[in-house]
Design a protein around this ligand. Structure first.
Ligand code: ATP
Length: 267
């Protein structure tokens, strides 16, 4: 393990089991972005576990100011509000956990095998079917809340994918050749989240790591890491407790990369 990868430390575990089942669910026809609405609700005191869903978004977003597009009623656009008592550096683990939950949800509802591309995308047959975006608010020293949003392409046909994503994106219905129930996906997502979070709380990073490794398409692949000041090539070898990707570079050294600093291309 490289030096900056932390060993197991009890203090970073979420303080209690945040069940989604039985919490408030807010359903909209159209919003700017479900993450933005969930954030407003968080600021006005909404309970942990609150979920926001919308049929479409006028300003859906991904990482690094990128846009997420979904035609009305064709996707599962969902954000959940969490208030975890964990230190900031471990927040990315919640993104990894969400990715595990989405991959399992897709598998259970459709039978399709979905793979996680580090850190926050879900792929089927080498094409992106879902993006995940976690946004954190801080008070001076503490994490105030975390909003985790996902945009899952459910019943889009190829023509409904964004023009620049027709070759790189897919939807569950494209893969399956039939419509998929968004309600079934939502129910499964909630059930799987509650189950995986409970195990994660009991067992910590080793649980998350094993589930993530089981479901990912990045580890063992040659990758290009695009940083602000250039790019590096290497072999993806592991995921760290901070949710970082551990890469063996061409000089044999191991380096950890954090999602907020880099973009990744599987080669
Ligand atoms: P990368 O795929 O390079 O890792 P990212 O993780 O930064 O990108 P996200 O933040 O998950 O990307 O999502 C934003 C990107 O996803 C957009 O730049 C666009 O290329 C692509 N995209 C937007 N809408 C869709 C969609 N409905 N289906 C597939 N891809 C989409």
């Amino acid at each position: 393990m490289p030096k900056n990868v932390h060993s197991h430390d009890e203090t970073w575990l979420p303080h209690k089991h945040v069940n989604l089942l039985g919490k408030e669910l807010h359903i909209y026809r159209e919003v700017s972005s479900t993450n933005s609405i969930a954030k407003q609700m968080a600021k006005s005191g909404a309970r942990e576990g609150t979920i926001v869903i919308s049929g479409t978004q006028s300003a859906g977003r991904g990482r690094m100011q990128r846009k997420w597009f979904c035609p009305p009623g064709k996707g599962l656009l969902l954000s959940m509000l969490l208030r975890p008592k964990i230190s900031v550096q471990f927040i990315p683990q919640l993104t990894l956990l969400t990715a595990v939950v989405v991959a399992e949800t897709i598998k259970k509802v459709t039978g399709c095998t979905a793979g996680i591309k580090w850190p926050n995308d879900i792929y089927i047959n080498n094409k992106k079917v879902c993006g995940i975006l976690a946004e954190t608010s801080f008070s001076r020293t503490n994490v105030e809340h975390v909003i985790i949003g996902l945009g899952l392409n459910v019943n889009l046909n190829t023509d409904q994918l964004p023009p620049d994503c027709k070759d790189t994106g897919t939807s569950l219905s494209i893969e399956l050749g039939q419509r998929v129930s968004r309600i079934s996906l939502l129910k499964q997502f909630i059930t799987s989240w509650d189950e995986h979070l409970q195990s994660f709380m009991k067992e910590g990073h080793p649980y998350l790591r094993s589930k993530w490794l089981e479901n990912n398409v990045t580890i063992g692949k040659k990758v290009s890491i695009n940083k602000r000041d250039g790019s590096l090539d290497g072999l993806a070898v592991d995921v760290s407790e901070k949710g970082g990707l551990i890469v063996r570079l061409s000089d044999g050294s191991l380096q950890e990369f954090l999602a907020e600093d880099v973009s990744l291309r599987n080669n």
